[in-house]
Every structure is written in structure tokens, then in C-alpha cells.
Design a binder for this molecule. Sequence first.
Ligand code: BES
Ligand code: ZN
Length: 621
Amino acid sequence: MAPLDPHSFSDSTNPPTTDVSLSLYFDFPSATIHGVAFFILAFPYAGQLSFDTRSLTIHQVLSPINLSPLPFSLSSSPDPIKGTQLSIFLPDDDDTAFNSFFIVFSTSPSSTALQWLCPPQTFNKKHPFVYTQCQSIHARSIFPCQDTPAARIRYTALLNVPQELSAVMSARHVGRRPPVSGEGHSHLLPNGFNSLWSSETRVVEEFLMNQPIPPYLFAFAVGELGSREVGPRTRVYAEAVNSVLDAAAKEFAGTEEMIRQGEKLFGEYAWERFDLLVLPPSFPYGGMENPRMVFLTPTVIKGDASGAQVVAHELAHSWTGNLITNKNNEHFWLNEGFTTYAERRIVEAVQGEDRAILNTGIGWKGLKEEVEKFKDNLEFTKLKNNQQGVDPDTIYSEVPYEKGFQFLWRIERQIGRPAFDEFIKKYIATFQFQSIDTERFLKFLKAEVPGIEKDIDLVLWTEGTGIPPDAYEPVSDLYTKILSLANEFKLGRMPREDEVADWRGQEWELYLENLPRVLKASQVLALDESYRLSESKDYEVKVAFLQLAILSKCRNFYSEVEKTLKEVGRMKYLRPLYRALVQGAGKEEEKILAKRVFSEARECYHPIAQGVVESILAKHI
Ligand code: BES
Ligand code: ZN
């Protein structure tokens, strides 16, 4: 057994799956999906095949020839990180080994990729909603698979849903039509769902993804959805509530311009459409780069077009991440570091250099703080790191983003922007639709830029801990001004109205993050008195302020903290607020608050966010 990936049971001697066809029956009352999957392998194979599963019931594995049952077994107890190994035994019949088979399975309500929302948890309050978040290792809780980015798959899917709902996927929408009895081998579905398949109250949404993608980019959402056109290849989807759709359409009106800039910088956009889906507030990330259908938190809709940064980031993944993917999570920086670099180039092109520098400055501060947080576990300050026995959700940090960005920016400074632009274009063209590791990247870099290792310590950058000495803090008038205002606050001077009059969210975010971590309660109150930061509609600002209030034990804002923790599920906000509440000594009141709020809000969080908050509380309470 030769493992490919520390987070997968997949075996490198097994053929990878190349294609999967899914027929999925969505049973909202039981928060369960019943499915039939047909897998095609890269080559015929006889013997044991290892797949990943989590919280799945496997009903049957069937021969592709005559649908006779094939032997399979599940590991007796699940691995806490990887889940349950499914072993399938493919026979060697008459010397013709199979290169395909069926699996009949059901998900469970605790499937970690899925959040099932009941009507009161949605915007329109009328219909249920379900959506996926598969990165990094949750696809296995929807269907059995070789859940490693090293194995790219094409897929087709028939989603059978109640007729009042509709579906979107990270795939081309082929059509919406009445279900046909037995189609897509749905006659194999368990527990009577085979006959319910073609009931009059159901509809089938059909999708095709004919470009090979890593399993973590498998995605769907089902609910009462509406949409607005915002560009020639972009529609924005959200729950069918006019106010939400209108606000989203306005916020993302500049998307086509960003795609054009991306194409200029990185080559043709490969995925045909670039649609956006705005999810309910419990979506655990800012954005997720599902191909053809980016998923977004509604918190990016701020009414001032600043959500464009998150869209620029997810768009950038269309090249860096979705075209070239990290082979496994130990090389995650290849995805996020490149994407952060590409995001800032797009932001610079559409919003100007000042904005891009501000983002770089916010990232620089974030990197320094993350490195400090990992001071007892320096492994995760390395770009390439060892994740054997490590849950990628619990070590998620800004390091791969910002240190990865710094590394690429360092190379850009060394060889100059024109040469670096050519290098990136060639890198993307060379490795598109492949999954690669750090070594492969370095080999390409050294071949393209002979002698680079003499100028830049590539080993220190990719294998060393902390921040290399030749990393770089950005400079601009605006950036420097904000930092010096933050320094003056330490001497007791609050910024004047005229100094902050044209500040937007990012200026405030940078300012707040550069204040001392702990202030006097009276200073926190004075800041809010002048600038109403606790009421900001921009969650980046509001959360940075509330974090400061908690660390300064300024209890006047605890009801706002509670409200915030109950209205959003984005982990970027949950993590710092819960951490600030429970970290450190003499925090009994805060710990009680954190526990109570979590017990009341838990059900509203996505399972991934539930797990992350649980691990923060377990560490400190
Ligand atoms: N791919 C990530 C989100 C992700 C990473 C999900 C790891 C699961 C595991 C996405 O592209 C991302 O980085 N989102 C950021 C956006 C920000 C950097 C603009 C986020 O959610 O905050
Ligand atoms: Zn990203």
C-alpha cells in the first residue's frame, strides 16, 4: 500500500477514477441523499481498490456487466480525520478485469460537507436549502471517492429534487425536466426511493462537468434560487429574494472586467462560464472557487463594491488552483499563495495600486500574527509542511496565502515584472489540468530562471519556518499614513474626522489590526463613540473592533459579539471572536459566554465550522 496523500486512503497502485456519473435523490425531511454512482477507472483492474468515505452507508457495490453484487468492506472504526476506508474487491472474470462498477449509497445528516437548512434559517423563510463545502476533505461525505486532488475526475449528475426547488453545480447545466423512471440507474436506489424518483412532485436537474477536476471542487446547492445577469458569462444566483438578488447584482457588476484582466495576465479563461452563488449567512468561508459557480458568503455584499476582492480571489483560482492544483494539502500554498498573488494583480488592474498595496499590508500583518500564533508548532509556518495525522481544517491559516504570496513577490522583484509575467503564463500553460507538488514547481522555476537559487534561498522559503529576511512589507503613502495613525493612538491620539473621512472598510481594518491588542476600556468606548465601528455593516471592520473590545475586556460590546456570532457562520469571523473570548487567564465570564453562545448558535453553523469552534473551545476550556 503506497499512500498518495496523508488525507486519503487512496492507493497509488490503484487506477484513479476518471469519470463518475451520479444519480442523487434529495430527501429533505430526513436530511439525506440516496445515490447511485457509476465509476470509470483509468485502466482495468482486479483486486482491492481503496476509496474514501465519511458518514456514508454503502448499500451495494455492483458489477457493470450484469449488476451482480461485488464484495466490499468498510474499515471497522473511522479514522478521526480520514473517515472510513471502503475496500472494493474487483474480480478477475475470464481474464477481463473491470474498469467500472456501481456503488449504491446514502449520506447521513451528519455528512460534513453538507449543511441542510430548514426554512427559518434561510432568507425567504419558505423553503429548505442544502449546499456543499467539499474542500479540503469533505467530498467523501457526499459520495465514495478517491478524495485526493491528485485524482482528477469528470462528472455527470442527475439531481432529483422537489419541484419547487432548483439546483446549481460546479458544472454545466444541461437541463431541468420531469424525472424518468429508472434513468441513471435510479432503479437501484434503496428503501423505495427508486419508485419515488419519478413522482409528480419531483424534478431532475442535469449537469455535466467535462473538464477533469479534483474532488474538492465538486459542489451543489439546492433551494428556491433566483438569478440576475451581470455580464456576458456571469449570472449571480441567490435565494429568490429580490432585495438580495438586486444587491448582489450591483455588488458584482464589475466581474466581467476582472475576468478580462485575469485573461490578460494569466491566459484564456478555461471554464466557459463564471457564475456566482450567494449563500445563506452560515456559509463557512468568504468564497469557494467551485468551477463555473463560485460560492460566496453574503457578508461580501457591503453596498460599496468591495466584495470585488473576494471575487477577484475566487476568479484567480480559475487559473491557480483549479487549472493547476496542489497534489495534496501539504502543498496547499501552491493553490492559495499563487491565488493571493494573482488576486492582487487583478485588484491592482481594476482598482489601482493603492488598493492592492493596502491588501498586501493587511496580509503582511496577518502573516506576522499567524506566525506568532504557531510559535509552539512551527511546522505550520512552513510553505511545504507535514500533515500526517493532521486535520487540514484545524490548521487552516493565512500562512500558505501570505507567505506564498511573499515568495512569489520576492521572485517577481528578483527577475522583474515582465519576466515574471511570462513565467506565470508559461507555468499555467505547462501544468494546466495537473496536480503538482512544491518540487515540481521548483524544478520548473530553476529551469525557466537559471541561477535563481543563487539569488533566492529557495529551500529556506519553501521548507524553512517563520518569515524569511527578504520578505517585504509594502510601502505606499496611504499604507504608511494608516500605520502612523495607529502608532499615534498608542500615544493617546484618536484620528481626526478629516483624516478618516474617505476611509473604506479596508483602511479601518488595517488601522484596527495595527492598534495594540489590548486597550483601556475607555479607549475602546471612545473609538466607538466617534466612529460607530461596532455597528459597521462591514464585518471585517466590525469583527476587528469586537475582537479588540473582547481582548480589552470592554464588556459593553458583548451583546453585539453574541449577535454577530449568531448571525454569521463565516469562520474568518467565528475564529477570532471565539478565540478572543476563551484565550488567556482570568476569563471566566468570557468562557461562560462563549460556551452558551456556541450551544445556542451551533445548529446554525455548517458542520465544518462546528468542528472548528469545538476544537477552539476544547483547547481552552
Ligand atoms: N479555497 C479557499 C477556501 C478554503 C480553503 C476552503 C481551504 C476550505 C479549505 C478560498 O479560495 C479562499 O481562500 N477564501 C477566502 C477568500 C479571501 C482570501 C479573499 C476566505 O474564505 O476568506
Ligand atoms: Zn483561495
